[in-house]
Ligand binder design. Structure first.
Ligand code: FE
Length: 228
């Protein structure tokens, strides 16, 4: 069995949001899909450990913001690698309250869907929530992000709570040493640099400025370890 085959399944990148009383939360999800056209119905797959899971169970409502291909890594990191138990993810983000009363993230969003939970399926580590589409709107005509683009082009990695996470084994380092963030799993590859933070391709990890931080989770250089 080759589990890498599962990487060939296509996904997108989304922020799934919900609320509990006056508290908002949202998280990155890649498993969002339409189930039926009539009535319009979608499903999302959410890890039981996540705060958003608690909120969706409580409120029975969620929204999905479809992220654009040019979404910065830092933005993805804010929603994907931080917990709403520690930070208010909506503090510095542009959002609106949807018709269902659930917040809709608008930053880096090409369109959004509001849904009401009509069923759910316990699948062990995760719950699949099935939602009737209450409202859906386009925000702009930018390209949506695909998971493959995020994973390969933007050097993203899956957090351990993502349904698609498979522990990745790096191949032997032959040339420039890669370093891995022990907080989020992001890998700094000197051959690629970190263009979003102004770090040119070919910059060794050791040459990164002291104030450089992980582009995904914001941790500093000290949490990085040699990869491979
Ligand atoms: Fe990190």
């Amino acid at each position: 069995m080759n589990l890498k085959t599962l990487f060939k399944i296509s996904y997108g990148l989304y922020i799934v949001s919900s609320k509990s009383k006056e508290k908002f939360n949202g998280q990155i999800a890649n498993t969002v899909f339409q189930i039926t056209a009539e009535p319009p119905t979608i499903a999302v797959c959410i890890n039981k450990q996540n705060l958003t899971h608690e909120f969706i169970k409580e409120t029975g409502m969620f929204t999905v913001s479809i992220l654009s291909q040019d979404t910065p890594m830092k933005f993805i990191g804010e929603f994907g690698f931080k917990s709403g138990r520690d930070v208010d993810k909506f503090k510095n983000v542009n959002y609106k309250i949807g018709t269902t009363g659930i917040p809709v993230v608008l930053d880096n969003t090409v369109g959004y869907i509001e849904a009401e939970v009509i069923d759910s399926k316990d699948v062990g580590t995760h719950t699949v929530f099935i939602g009737k589409v209450i409202n859906a709107e386009l925000v702009n005509d930018k390209l949506p992000m695909t998971y493959a683009y995020y994973h390969e082009i933007k050097r993203g990695t899956s957090p351990k709570t993502a349904p698609t996470y498979i522990e990745e084994k790096q191949e032997k380092i032959t040339k420039m040493q890669k370093y891995k963030c022990t907080v989020c799993g992001y890998i700094y590859d000197p051959e690629k640099g970190d263009p979003e933070s102004g770090i040119k391709a070919g910059t060794l990890f050791e040459e990164l400025p002291d104030n450089w931080v992980c582009p995904v989770c914001g941790a500093d250089k000290s949490v990085f370890v040699k990869e491979g």
